[in-house]
Design a protein around this ligand. Structure first.
Ligand SMILES: Cc1ncc(C[n+]2csc(CCOP(=O)(O)OP(=O)(O)O)c2C)c(N)n1
Ligand SMILES: [Mg+2]
Length: 340
C-alpha cells in the first residue's frame, strides 16, 4: 500500500453493526476479484482450445467469499460445490493451484489430475472432496457434523449447493437428520436463478428455498447474495450459534449466474439479454467497490493496487501452470485404490 496516506487504525473500522476490519474488507475484495479474473482467464483458455471445460462462479463471488470468511480456516469444514472457487480461495487455494486444477495437472492439490475441473478437495484445508452428483455433499457434511458432535469437537461444517440441487432427495435426508440431531452444519444455498436451462419457478413451487427450514425444525435465513458484507453479517452469527449447539441453519443467498451454465452451454437459448443486463448492474464485485469507495472505507488507490496484484497473479499462474507436468499414465490408479 502507498505510504503517503494516513489510515485509520484497522481495528477501529466498523461496518454497520458488524465488525469487519479494513484488512478483512481488503481480503474480501481480493478474493472476489481473484475468483472473477481466474474464471475470465479460464474461459479464454477454453475458447483457445487449451482447457477442456469451465464451470464458473461469476455473479456468485460475494455469496461465496462472504460465507467462507465467516468460518474458521483450519478448524471448520466446507463441503463446497463446483462453482465455489471463491470458497476455496478463502480456504487457502491460490491462483496457481486453481490453474493446475483447470488443466488437470499432476500437482493439482484437489484431485491430482483425476477429476473434472472444479471438483474441489483438500484434506489439510478441510475441503471435503466432492462427487459430480449434485447434493451428495450435503450428506457428507452431515456425517462430519455428527462425528464432531459425538467427539465434542466445536467445529462447523458449511455445505453449499445450488437451488436446483435442493430438489434432490439427499437435501431432504440431510436436513431431516441434521435437524433431529441438532448438528453443527450450515446448509448454504446459492440461488442463482437457474439449474442449467430451468428457471427457479420450474424447480420448486415456493419462492424461497429457506422457507423449507421450518419443515425440518432448523433455522432459516435469506440474504442478498450480491452483497458480500451482508452475507458475512448473516453467516457469521449463524456459524457462532450452530457452533454453540444451537442446531443447523439453512441459509439461502440470492444471487445470479452472470455467465452460461458452463463453457458448453448457450444461455441465449433460455434467457434474454435484458435480464442479463439488469443483473450485470448488480455485479457483486462492482457493488462492493462502489460501496467501500462511497463509504470512504479506504482510498481507491488501495483497491487499484489489489486489482493490479490480482491481474499479475492470474497472468503468472496461467503461464506457470501450462508448463507443469501432466499426470504420468502409469500412475493412473494412484489415489483410486488403497494399494495398486
Ligand atoms: C443428480 C444429478 N442430476 C443432474 C446432474 C447434472 N447437473 C449438473 S449441474 C446441474 C444444475 C444444478 O443446478 P443448481 O443446483 O441450481 O446449481 P447451479 O449450476 O445453478 O449453480 C445439473 C442438473 C448432476 N450432476 N447430478
Ligand atoms: Mg442454480
Amino acid at each position: 500500500m502507498a505510504a503517503v496516506r494516513t489510515r485509520r487504525d484497522r481495528s477501529q473500522t466498523r461496518i454497520d453493526d458488524y465488525l469487519l476490519s479494513e484488512a478483512q474488507l481488503e481480503e474480501m475484495y481480493y478474493h472476489m476479484l481473484l475468483a472473477r479474473r481466474l474464471n475470465e482467464r479460464m474461459l479464454a483458455l477454453n475458447r483457445q482450445g487449451r482447457a477442456p471445460f469451465v464451470i464458473a462462479g461469476a455473479g456468485q463471488e460475494a455469496a461465496q467469499v462472504g460465507a467462507a470468511m465467516a468460518l474458521k480456516k483450519g478448524i471448520d469444514y466446507v463441503a463446497p460445490y463446483y462453482r465455489d472457487l471463491g470458497v476455496n480461495l478463502v480456504f487457502g487455494m491460490d491462483a496457481r493451484e486453481a490453474m493446475l486444477n483447470l488443466l488437470a495437472k499432476r500437482d493439482d492439490p484437489n484431485a491430482f489430475g483425476r477429476q473434472m475441473p472444479s471438483h474441489w478437495g483438500n484434506r489439510e484445508r478441510h475441503v471435503v472432496t466432492q462427487s459430480s452428483v449434485v447434493a451428495t455433499q450435503l450428506l457428507h457434511a452431515v456425517g462430519i457434523a455428527l462425528a464432531a458432535k459425538m467427539r465434542n469437537d466445536p467445529i462447523v461444517v458449511l455445505a453449499s449447493c445450488g437451488e436446483g440441487s435442493t430438489s434432490r432427495g439427499d437435501f431432504h435426508e440431510a436436513l431431516n437428520f441434521a435437524g433431529i440431531h441438532k448438528l453443527p452444519v450450515i446448509f448454504y444455498i446459492e440461488n442463482n436463478g437457474y439449474a442449467i436451462t430451468e428457471r427457479t419457478d420450474k424447480e420448486m413451487a415456493i419462492e424461497h428455498v429457506a422457507d423449507r427450514a421450518r419443515a425440518y425444525g432448523i433455522h432459516g435465513a435469506v440474504v442478498d447474495g450480491m452483497d458480500a458484507i451482508r452475507v458475512y453479517q448473516t453467516v457469521a452469527p449463524a456459524v457462532a450459534e450452530t457452533r454453540g449447539g444451537g442446531g443447523p441453519y439453512l441459509i439461502e443467498a440470492k444471487c445470479y449466474r452472470l455467465w452460461a451454465h458452463s463453457s458448453d452451454d448457450d444461455d441465449s437459448r433460455y434467457r434474454t439479454k435484458q435480464e442479463l443486463e439488469e443483473w450485470a448492474r448488480k455485479d457483486p464485485i462492482k457493488l462492493f467497490r462502489e460501496r467501500v469507495e462511497s463509504d470512504r472505507i479506504f482510498p481507491p488507490e488501495d483497491l487499484d493496487e489489489i486489482e493490479q496484484r490480482v491481474d499479475d497473479e492470474v497472468k503468472e499462474a496461467a503461464q506457470w501452470a501450462a508448463s507443469q507436468p501432466d499426470p504420468a499414465p502409469e500412475d493412473a490408479l494412484g489415489f483410486v485404490y488403497k494399494e495398486l
